[in-house]
Design a protein around this ligand. Structure first.
Ligand SMILES: [Mg+2]
Length: 287
């Protein structure tokens, strides 16, 4: 087995401690020590677009990733000393799903649905149509209506639902069916030649579920809601992937399992030898 490992992690409320639960002191510093190892290839997998990722890296003093899967899986960037490099190959891979329909043609399909409020233009891109949806809306019915319209145009799209808890609002993304976090992670594994046993994904919420319940080794951090926990467990069971899902419990190396503590706990579960890489990292808050 090669020493190289691929760590793919969601940002908000997975690596970023921006939920209501407490972060273990020193956990992020330890994560940074793991990320700094030459064996580690680090990928941020997020709903954020690139500028918002850069903002998070600066305000939370995060390690720089090697790759970014942004905009819920619709964009891939490589980061080197020369800066961010966009991967057009990924566009080609996902473009087939939407055939000739573009962003505005799809938007026109849903114009009459009053529950949908378009997100800001920076949060839209060629392969991502994003809405705000109030939490009181009958979500199943709305998604079904949208899916029927997409089907009638033979557009292969996924409707990705998640909740911005601090803002108290639902987020709905219409993306090409193959542009999920799951397919993007798979694509990177293939391109970078990483085996499943050397790859770990970490997440906390709805748009992470396709990866969390896939055969890719995955970690659900302990601060995830009990609803997401239940959904992840059930769907992993149905798909026979329970062994590939680790749900962080906390009480691990003096840490609580939330955010980066959960990430370290889960990575150690799948790749026990990596514990030595961070265990002695200075136990202090990142500056
Ligand atoms: Mg998240």
């Amino acid at each position: 087995m090669s020493d190289r490992i691929l760590i793919c992690t969601d940002l908000d409320r997975t690596l970023l401690p921006n939920g209501s639960q407490a972060e273990s002191p020193g956990a992020r510093r330890r994560f940074a020590a793991l990320a700094a190892r030459s064996e580690t290839t680090l990928v941020y997998v997020t709903g954020r677009y690139r500028a918002l990722v850069e903002k998070a890296i600066a305000s939370y003093n995060l390690p720089l990733p090697d790759f970014l899967i942004g905009d819920v899986g619709t964009t891939i960037y490589e980061l080197s000393k020369r800066g961010w490099r966009y991967w057009p190959d990924w566009d080609e891979e996902i473009a087939r799903d939407w055939r000739t329909m573009g962003h505005s043609a799809l938007k026109a399909l849903f114009l009459d649905l009053a529950e949908l409020r378009l997100q800001e233009s920076a949060k839209q891109n060629r392969f991502k149509l994003s809405y705000y949806v109030p939490l009181y809306v009958d979500r199943q019915r709305l998604l079904q209506t949208m899916q029927e319209r997409l089907d009638s145009e033979a557009v292969r799209a996924d409707l990705i639902w998640s909740v911005d808890e601090p803002a108290g609002i639902g987020l709905l993304d219409v993306v090409p069916a193959s542009a999920t976090k799951f397919h993007a992670v798979e694509f990177l594994m293939r391109r970078l030649d990483f085996a499943p046993e050397n790859t770990v994904f970490c997440g906390d919420s709805g748009n992470d579920l396709p990866v969390l319940t896939s055969p890719i080794h995955s970690v659900l951090v302990a601060n995830a809601t009990s609803e997401v926990c239940r959904e992840a467990r059930q769907s992993a069971e149905q798909q026979g992937t329970s062994d590939a899902l680790y749900i962080a419990r906390g009480d691990f190396m003096g840490m609580n399992g939330n955010y980066s503590a959960g990430i370290l706990e889960g990575i150690t579960h799948f790749l026990p030898h990596t514990r030595a890489w961070w265990v002695d990292a200075e136990n202090e808050e990142p500056g």
